[in-house]
Write a protein that binds this ligand. Structure first.
Ligand code: NDP
Length: 316
């Protein structure tokens, strides 16, 4: 978690530090017997159950899988952008106005938002609640944002647009944090310095889903598609929650909420998996017996039905 001050997670009237919240989450999960493996997954096989996850030196099998790998804010990769002490990240540079905008450091200040999409418009509009003035710096002379979000931003007296311009560096000091940015006009090449006390990078997010490409259904950006109100994916037994499947709300509390949904979905899925008996027969939670050759299902009232998908039975 890169956010330090978390002011909008319920239950913490004075706010909480992001890393402290993580420690609390972990301790709470440990209290219920959760085992943690700190591993870097290199690839996955979701084509058959149990699913297989590979690390450099381990193979992990799972009957159900919950993916909560999140999304990463995209960064410009310019000097001054990195997290403190290497830059001003967390000390005037942020990628989340909802999380950081209300902090005292940004109140009544001149702030810059970089980007021209809906996120940039939303963040700029949100920041005007606290900032003295918000400057949207965009690399073209047209916005990518939806008409309605553009118009809302254009109507806002506190927002000013700086077109055809790149932010090439963020400047400041460790004591003061951000004090300004270097700008370059992409058409004329003219360079300038602009004073400001905060920079919000809003050039989009990248869901961390590369491991699952080709196996799970995703939208054009790479967010995992879940089914309606559930966290189920196109593969039964694989669930996705949090920012990896949510490009809209992206808050810690909404991620925790869908995490709870995924846990319930996975538990129900596992409860309904047949249990294998020493005879080779399998029994489901509904009391159905599946014969050792897996060809027939015997219902609790003795009816014998072929163990085939319903669609296959209808087609015959
Ligand atoms: P987008 O990809 O839509 O926009 C990213 C913006 O950042 C573009 O204007 C792009 O410029 C600019 N950009 C990208 N890379 C750079 C760079 N290296 N340097 C400078 N500028 C850069 O991302 P969003 O996060 O804005 O939106 C993602 C999706 O989420 C969209 O579908 C959006 O509609 C949706 N969304 C909806 C919201 C809502 O309805 N309330 C709120 C937020 C997001 P350029 O235009 O030149 O490519």
């Amino acid at each position: 978690m890169i956010t330090t001050d978390v002011e909008n997670y319920p239950g913490f009237s004075e706010g909480i530090q992001g890393p402290d919240l993580m420690v609390e989450f972990r301790k709470q999960a440990e209290r219920f017997g959760t085992e943690f493996l700190e591993e870097w997954i290199t690839h996955v096989d979701l084509q058959q159950r149990p699913f297989t996850l590979y690390t450099d030196d381990k193979i992990i099998k799972a009957d159900a899988l919950i993916i909560a790998s999140g999304a990463s804010a995209k960064w410009l990769g310019i000097p001054g952008e990195a997290k403190t002490p290497h830059g001003f990240g967390g000390n005037g540079v942020s990628a989340c106005a909802t999380c950081d905008g209300p902090l005292p450091a940004f109140r009544n200040k001149h702030l810059i938002v970089v980007g021209g999409g809906d996120t940039a418009m939303e963040e700029a509009t949100f920041l005007t609640r606290y900032a003295k003035r918000v400057f949207v710096v965009h690399r073209r002379d047209k916005l990518r944002a939806s008409k309605i979000m553009q118009e809302k931003a254009f109507r806002n007296d506190k927002i000013e647009f700086i077109w055809n311009t790149d932010v090439t560096a963020i400047i400041g000091t460790n004591e003061q944090g951000v004090t300004g940015v270097d700008l370059r006009n992409v058409e004329t090449g003219a360079e300038s310095v602009m004073n400001c006390e905060g920079v919000f990078i809003a050039i989009g997010h990248k869901p961390n889903t590369h491991l699952f490409k080709g196996q799970l259904d995703m939208d054009a950006v790479g967010y995992i598609i879940t089914n309606g109100h559930s966290t189920g994916t196109n593969i039964p037994g694989v669930f996705a929650c949090g920012d990896v499947q949510d490009s809209v709300y992206r808050q810690a509390v909404t991620a925790a909420g869908t995490g709870c949904m995924a846990a319930i979905d996975a538990e129900r899925f596992l409860d309904h998996l047949p249990i294998e008996l020493p005879s080779g027969e399998e029994v489901t939670i509904e009391g159905e017996h599946i014969t050792p050759d897996r060809k027939l299902i015997i219902t609790p009232d003795g009816e014998v039905i072929p163990n085939e998908p319903e669609a296959a039975l209808v087609e015959e």
